[in-house]
Design a protein around this ligand. Structure first.
Ligand SMILES: [Zn+2]
Ligand SMILES: [Zn+2]
Length: 351
């Protein structure tokens, strides 16, 4: 009975094959692949060859589906081995150029142009989370993007997208280029600071996306010293969280005033804790932030230090000089104030 069913199944395959081969020329492999799942056979090529023999069909000069790729498969496997020798990966996919198979997320993708015989590899990005501490003044947070490619990466910037590495972004990038053998790193910062600011406490959190790294299983030290900055708690994560990340920071601001300021007037600073801080962005978007705590100390007749614990995203310089923020320190004290420098003493991620 079983045998009879099998034969019936094979007759169906023969019949279908006949009409398929009438439409197009197929190699043994591609013909066999049509039916392999309904048989218990392990080789599509052998099945295809059996069918062809049953039909007395001649072998084809060029397969309609694979353009004879399968008969040259050893050659292409060798080519892929050659281009991927330096890469770490455990899953892979092969894409023909101009075809997209993006529902799979393999570690490595081979893109083969069968016309030019070129083979390129691209790996899945690696995502990282870490914090940096900056205990010396003078390093800007963000690097200078390449003007030729606007940061996308091109031959003029060695695919880095950056042209100068004298920044927090540049220092961390260079560290990661080496560790992960990657060309490009994209950062998501939790807040920002000035060139002259210090970032102390546990440091500023950041996310990094490494594009097409060759190494993915990299051992990361608890702490790495990169001259002006230290990075710590650096670890790989599955994905960078979507949307804006809420945080609070403790910031110490040195303010100078146009006119002499009395201790009595300075007392008004305390009012900032009781009201919402309303910010209008350059794109006319409106935000409300809160100052959760405030301390101040008079320094001289025309300067004082104020320390706030506040929601992330308050532009500190504007909060002092008064542009597009109400209330602000200048209006509150009734004299033009300016931010001489500010330091980040701590950053807390909101749960
Ligand atoms: Zn074929
Ligand atoms: Zn460039």
């Amino acid at each position: 009975m079983q045998k009879y069913n099998m034969l019936e199944e094979y007759d169906k395959i023969i019949l279908e094959s006949k009409s398929i081969l009438k439409e197009c020329d197929l190699c043994d492999h591609c013909l066999g692949r049509f039916f392999i799942s309904s048989t218990n056979l392990s080789s599509a090529r052998i099945l295809g060859n059996k069918i062809r023999n049953s039909l007395n069909s001649r072998s084809v000069s060029k397969c309609y589906i694979c353009k004879n790729l399968f008969s040259n498969i050893d050659h292409y496997v060798k080519m892929m081995q050659n281009v991927s020798i330096e890469y770490e990966f455990s899953t892979f996919i092969v894409k023909k150029t101009k075809k997209h198979i993006d529902h799979l997320l393999p570690d490595i993708t081979f893109i083969i142009n069968f016309r030019t015989e070129q083979c390129n590899v691209k790996t899945k990005p690696v995502f990282l989370y870490g914090r940096y501490i900056k205990d010396k003044r003078g390093l800007p947070q963000k690097g200078e993007s390449c003007k030729d490619c606007k940061g996308k990466g091109c031959i003029f910037c060695n695919n880095h997208g950056l042209v100068s590495f004298d920044s927090v972004e540049g220092k961390i990038s260079q560290f990661l280029y080496e560790k992960f053998e990657t060309k490009q790193v994209k950062f998501t910062w939790i807040g920002g600071e000035d060139k002259t600011s210090l970032v102390m406490g546990n440091g500023r959190p950041f996310f990094a996306k490494l594009l097409s790294p060759k190494k993915r299983n990299v051992r990361l030290a608890k702490k790495s010293n990169l001259d002006e900055i230290t990075i710590h708690t650096l670890r790989t994560i599955d994905v960078i969280p979507n949307g804006s990340i809420r945080f609070k920071s403790k910031i110490k601001i040195l303010v100078s005033t146009k006119n002499n300021i009395s201790s009595n007037v300075l007392k008004k600073l305390k009012q900032l804790v009781t009201v919402p801080i309303e910010i209008t962005n350059s794109d006319n978007k409106y935000h409300k932030k809160t100052i959760h705590g405030l301390k101040y100390k008079k320094n001289s007749l025309q300067s004082f230090i104020v320390e706030i614990e506040a929601d992330g995203g308050i532009p500190i310089k504007h909060f002092v000089d008064g542009s597009n923020i109400t209330p602000n320190i200048s209006d509150l004290l009734g004299t033009q104030c300016s931010c001489k420098k500010f330091d980040i003493n701590q950053i807390y991620l909101s749960k």
